[in-house]
Design a binder for this molecule. Structure first.
Ligand SMILES: Nc1ncnc2c1ncn2[C@@H]1O[C@H](COP(=O)(O)OP(=O)(O)OP(=O)(O)O)[C@@H](O)[C@H]1O
Length: 277
């Protein structure tokens, strides 16, 4: 795997929307959300730089899914903002936001009968007129998305009949058809076998190398060390550490958050951190 340069650390200045000095990529600032009287996301600020894969890490219940849903606009934040290339995602309309950001939710289920091809085509809706039929470029985008997600052979299958791993590929295909500049994923390697995990992570690295901002929740710290450029560690709804993966996934941080002290080696071939638990 080609090693990409480490992204810079979190910006400490407030980004100004639509100016040329606005930081590129995603900037979350003081995001907060509560449920049942409990603060689940507690003043979270972080950055996911463009051209990088950012891993959102943290123990079960630390708030990763809740935070991704706030950034994706699936739930409304009580406070704070999430800007992308200077545009505030939290105030954009749904269609405008969907032209920028796509979200692959954790274990997203199919609530109605739909083929994988039709579900992928839904990813084109933000780019089409309300009543326009799919154009040639829409059809090309759908075909490309299915191929990149390894879902071409599933195109005619009903989503509801797919295995967990197959359904995950279909949801990734739908997100790619959106041609997002910001791709948000919640535990995308769940259900995937090792070959499919590798394909997906290679795909994410390729998208990032092409300029897409990728933010993905991951549980597997070894995968995160091997594939992420930048990481954000959440604990009890707060950012405990953020920065280049080599600086953040160190034994003291892993032990403090997960209670397990890893060995961290250097991969002999890729030069990336090899985290052994
Ligand atoms: N709709 C909800 N109602 C009640 N509690 C919720 C709701 N959504 C999230 N929570 C609680 O908020 C906390 C954070 O949940 P969240 O799913 O964001 O964590 P997570 O880091 O993604 O966890 P996991 O790694 O287990 O997927 C958990 O304690 C969860 O039970």
């Amino acid at each position: 795997m080609r090693r990409r340069s480490a992204p810079e650390r979190v910006a400490t200045t407030t980004p100004r929307a639509t100016t040329s000095t606005a930081p590129r990529g995603l900037v979350a600032r003081d995001l907060a959300w509560s449920v049942a009287g409990r603060r689940v996301v507690d003043g979270v600020s972080f950055r996911a730089p463009s051209g990088a894969v950012t891993g959102l890490l943290g123990p079960n219940g630390s708030g990763k899914s809740s935070l991704l849903r706030l950034v994706a606009g699936a739930t409304r934040a009580e406070a704070g903002s999430a800007s992308f290339d200077g545009a505030d995602l939290t105030t954009l309309g749904r269609r405008e936001r969907a032209r920028i950001a796509a979200f692959v939710e954790q274990d997203a289920s199919a609530d109605r009968s739909l083929t994988v091809a039709d579900a992928t085509e839904l990813g084109r809706l933000p780019h089409r007129g309300w009543f326009s039929p799919p154009s040639t470029s829409d059809r090309v985008a759908v075909r490309t998305a299915l191929a990149r997600a390894g879902a071409t052979e599933l195109a005619d299958r009903d989503l509801a009949t797919l295995s967990g791993g197959e359904r995950q590929r279909a949801h990734v295909a739908r997100a790619l058809a959106q041609e997002p500049r910001l791709l948000l994923l919640d535990e995308p390697t769940n259900h995937l076998d090792v070959a499919a995990q590798r394909e997906l992570l290679t795909l994410l690295a390729g998208l990032a190398a092409d300029g897409t901002t990728v933010l993905t929740a991951l549980h597997d710290l070894t995968l995160a060390a091997a594939w992420c450029d930048h990481v954000v560690v959440l604990d009890h709804g707060r950012v405990l550490a953020e920065g280049p993966v080599e600086d953040v996934l160190v034994p003291d941080v892993v032990e403090a958050v997960w209670g397990v002290r890893p060995d961290i080696l250097t991969h002999p071939r890729t030069g990336r951190p090899l985290l052994v638990l």
